[in-house]
Each structure stands twice: as structure tokens, then as C-alpha cells.
Design a binder for this molecule. Structure first.
Ligand code: FE2
Ligand code: FE2
Length: 274
């Protein structure tokens, strides 16, 4: 299931000014979401740069086609997240600029000074972890009906993450290869970007602490997806799998309901673009 990649240009529009505690006043979840969204316009262009650098070394036409579609999908993702990020009122959080600059500097430094092997292993470390998190949050049928637009954005993005789940692995394997190197750089990469997300969230919480009574009368549709933190026990079996020597994302099963969502977002994109 879900064995094709489609590049979709989505029609999502966001309100003019989104309050930073937009998830029903829950600062913790809102700021986690914002931190993840702030990461992507830095991380995803870095992934694209790494893929572009790998392109000339790829001799397999199937891997090459995957690489190009991966880059196009990630290009759409970060532009949409940037559009979302630009509408959040973050004027009370002056240190975010410094945190973003630090992250951006890191990724540009990696592109300039690290080996292609490192950059491709970083890409796969990110893709493998997010694929598992996405499967955990979305399967079997996505987030539900009548989603607010920011959750539709996430659902579309996550569907495409599942669509291109094998690409970074295949490009690394094809161009460089090596399990132990991928393992160690991948684990470091996962620490690198999750640590940045954590720092951003913690900073935002320091500026605007979680209100004690913030979660009363929470509308179900907004909170359902993020109502429970992804538990370590539900994430763990899939997560451990990505560290094993025989792991390949080609063996990962995707539920049929995700194809239904992929079709839904393809239709939405084609209606928008015609
Ligand atoms: Fe993405
Ligand atoms: Fe991705």
C-alpha cells in the first residue's frame, strides 16, 4: 500500500494572526507544534540540498526518480510550514530568532563542511524517526473528519512522509552505504533536531507558562490528535526496528486508510491547481 509519490501543491490558507496558544490554550502542545513547524523551513531545505548533492552519484533510475520526487515534496512541505509559521504571533518571544539562526547555521555548515555520507545518514535518521512517529499518530485512518486547516496541513504532510519513506534510505544505501555509520549519525541526527525542538518549546514555556486551568472545555476536534502525548510504549516497537541491522523501510506496512487520505489530498490539490 502507498507505493507511489505524488507532489501536491495544496490550497491551505491560515488565519491572519494565529495566537501562539492556538491549541485551545494548551501552551505545552501548542508550543511543541510550533517548535516542530519552525524546524521544518530549516531542516527540509537541508534535506533537499543533500539529495541534490547526491543526485550526480545515483545511477539507478528508480532511486533517481524517488530522489527528485522526495525533493519536490519536501519543497512543498517547508513552504507551507513557513506560510503557517508566518501567521503565528511570535512577537513576545525574542529569543526564537537566535534559536532559528543557530539551527540554520548548523544546517548550512553541515552542507558545506560535512561529507555527503554524513548528510545522507542525517536525512535517513530524520526520515526513519518521523515515519514511525507519523505511523503512530495517523494509522489506521488519519486524524478524522472536519479537521481545522492546520491539522489538514499536518495530515497532508504526514501522508507524503509515508509516501517517500524509502527514499533517503535508498539514496544513502546506493551512494554510500554502511549500517553502523548510518546508525550512529542517524541517532545523533535524531538527538540534534529533537533537542532543538525541546529547547524551543521550553523557552516558549518559560516566557508563557502553562496556565493551570487552560484545558477546560476543550473542543474535541482540535485536541483529539494531540490530546495524549505519543507514549513511549506505543512508539517503541516501531522505533527500535529502525536501529536493527536488517531494517529497511521497504518492509514497513502502511494501513489502507492512508491511501484513502493520499487520494483525498491528491483530489484537493488537483482541484486547486486546475
Ligand atoms: Fe516533509
Ligand atoms: Fe520527509
Amino acid at each position: 500500500m502507498l507505493d507511489t509519490m505524488t507532489v501536491r501543491k495544496m490550497p491551505f490558507e491560515f488565519p491572519d494572526e494565529i495566537e501562539p496558544d492556538f491549541m485551545d490554550g494548551d501552551h505545552e502542545r501548542s508550543f511543541s507544534f510550533i517548535a516542530g513547524s519552525l524546524l521544518l523551513p530549516h531542516l527540509e531545505p537541508y534535506l533537499i540540498r543533500s539529495m541534490r548533492a547526491a543526485e550526480k552519484h545515483v545511477t539507478d533510475p528508480v532511486v533517481l526518480e524517488g530522489l527528485k520526487k522526495f525533493a519536490s515534496q519536501e519543497g512543498q512541505h517547508y513552504q507551507m510550514h513557513k506560510k503557517f509559521n508566518d501567521t503565528i504571533r511570535l512577537d513576545g518571544f525574542p529569543e526564537l530568532e537566535l534559536l532559528e539562526k543557530e539551527l540554520s547555521d548548523d544546517y548550512h555548515r553541515f552542507t558545506k563542511t560535512k561529507s555527503l555520507r554524513f548528510n545522507l545518514a542525517y536525512a535517513e535518521g530524520f526520515e526513519a524517526l518521523t515515519m514511525n512517529a507519523v505511523k503512530n499518530m495517523m494509522e489506521p485512518n488519519g486524524f478524522g473528519e472536519d479537521l481545522p486547516v492546520f491539522l489538514q496541513m499536518v495530515e497532508w504532510h504526514f501522508v507524503e512522509e509515508l509516501e517517500h519513506r524509502t527514499v533517503a534510505f535508498d539514496v544513502y544505501d546506493h551512494v554510500c552505504g554502511g549500517y553502523l555509520y548510518r546508525l550512529f549519525v542517524g541517532i545523533w541526527a535524531q538527538w540534534h533536531f529533537t533537542n532543538w525542538i525541546r529547547r524551543v518549546k521550553n523557552y516558549m514555556l518559560k516566557v508563557r507558562p502553562q496556565p493551570d486551568a487552560g484545558l477546560k472545555d476543550v473542543p474535541a476536534e482540535t485536541m483529539s490528535v494531540f490530546a495524549q502525548p505519543t507514549s513511549a510504549t506505543s512508539l517503541m516497537p516501531g522505533l527500535l526496528r529502525i536501529y536493527l541491522p536488517n531494517y529497511t523501510p521497504h518492509d514497513v506496512e502502511i494501513s489502507a486508510g492512508i491511501q484513502t487520505l493520499a487520494d483525498k489530498y491528491s483530489k484537493m490539490a488537483s482541484e486547486f491547481n486546475t
